[in-house]
Design a binder for this molecule. Structure first.
Ligand code: NAD
Ligand code: UFG
Length: 339
């Protein structure tokens, strides 16, 4: 049994990754403080996979507790999703972000040292690059995040680099995600944002299901083909699969890697809206509004390093992402708790 601690395992990407881990013969052990998720999401993973799933309500900043859990389950690796992720919120309360994301990771790594767990997969973000000097972003693009959330991700990347150089840890995979959307095709699990969604796709899906009247498009005067923002959207199941491939790579080739995870294609806000309308058969009314402060016009990934190092490439397209997002949203119009 290959036991893997999954911090933040009750969240959006964490639940999908637990499903993929179980399918590939790993045993995930979840730690989550449920600050942005609910235990109901883990029940759905159990139901969907027909597997037991150990979970603990704990904070990654509780070093002693995490050490105890790592030792108890004899975990060989950690996949670290736990953290806070809302860019705007990070501007308003930076200390909470540094605490959860940087101090949280420091605590987790200290627990791993104590427990002798030597493999680490980290959720980083395309936000570490900042304003593009060139596109697509390659992993060697300058790192210059423009908000506190991005700074916390970069801080952790630097901490990991120093740790690897010290010899304290060898097997580290830094995964820089672009824009994950969609859901498991069953519609059993998906993203369940608290309050008003910050991100485009959950907002679009909530409009389609009738929870919100219209989408506000943040700017239509960008230097992009239709004037709206362009991003590299990838299916969350493709993203989840990359974490399993990172663990498998440690088996055959120990060492530290950093890879972008995206499709390599940019999609505009208006393109996403029309793909979603086609997949759902619902109209998504839009209003054009001003640009959102701090937004970048367009960015997408060069994912070739992920293919070379992990054998990973995105398999799902935009129509699949919209279909599966709609399966989740239409079956669970109010998310997990009130489904
Ligand atoms: P999410 O909020 O759904 O999941 C994060 C989980 O971590 C939640 O279940 C939350 O309750 C838990 N958590 C937060 N702080 C914790 C703490 N101190 N101790 C224990 N648990 C804690 O977010 P997600 O979309 O699944 O993102 C997972 C990771 O991927 C995050 O680190 C995020 O920054 C990163 N990421 C996400 C995106 C994205 O667009 N979703 C993009 C790039 C990177
Ligand atoms: N947008 C709208 N209306 C909305 C929400 C978004 O028009 O209601 C637009 C944005 O202006 C942008 C695009 O849709 O052009 C995508 O916005 P998201 O908020 O969905 O995604 P971002 O690229 O801004 O940010 C996300 C995460 C970050 C992460 C980044 C890269 O929120 O944490 O992807 O991975 F760093």
């Amino acid at each position: 049994m290959k036991q893997v601690l999954v911090t933040g395992g009750a969240g959006y990407i964490g639940t999908h990754t637990c499903v993929e881990l179980l399918a590939r013969g790993y045993t995930p052990v979840v730690v989550d403080n449920f600050v942005n998720s609910s235990p109901a999401a883990l029940d759905r993973v159990r139901r969907l996979t027909n597997h037991e799933l150990r979970s603990y309500e704990a904070d990654v900043r509780d070093t002693a507790r995490i050490t105890e859990i790592l030792k108890k389950h004899d975990c060989e690796a950690v996949i670290h999703f736990a953290g806070l992720k809302a860019v705007g919120d990070s501007v308003a309360r930076p200390l909470d972000y540094y605490s959860a994301n940087v101090i949280g990771t420091h605590s987790l790594l200290s627990a791993m040292m104590e427990a002798g767990t030597g493999r680490f997969v980290f959720s980083s973000s395309a936000t570490v690059y900042g304003e593009p000097e060139f596109l697509p972003y390659t992993e060697s693009h300058r790192l210059s995040p423009t908000n506190p959330y991005g700074q916390t991700k970069l801080s952790v990347e630097l901490m990991l680099k120093d740790l690897v150089e010290s010899g304290g840890m060898t097997d580290v995979a830094i995964l820089r995600y672009f824009n994950p959307i969609g859901a498991h095709a069953s519609g059993e699990i998906g993203e369940d944002p608290h309050g008003v969604p910050n991100n485009l796709m959950p907002f679009v899906a909530q409009v389609a299901v009738g929870r919100r009247p219209a989408l506000n498009v943040f700017g239509n005067d960008y230097d992009t083909p239709d004037g709206t923002g362009v991003r590299d959207y990838l299916h969350v199941v493709d993203l989840a699969r990359a974490h399993v491939l990172a663990l498998e790579r440690f088996e055959r080739e120990p060492g530290a890697i950093t890879v972008n995870l995206g499709t390599g294609h940019g999609t505009s806000v208006l393109e996403l809206v029309s793909a979603f309308e086609a997949a759902s058969g619902r109209k998504v009314p839009i209003n054009f509004g001003p640009r959102r402060c701090g937004d970048i016009a367009a960015f997408w990934a060069d994912p070739s390093q992920a293919e070379a190092l992990l054998g990973w490439r995105a398999e799902y397209g935009l129509a699949d992402m919209c279909r599966d997002q709609w399966a989740w949203q239409s079956q669970n119009p109010n998310g997990f708790e009130l489904a």
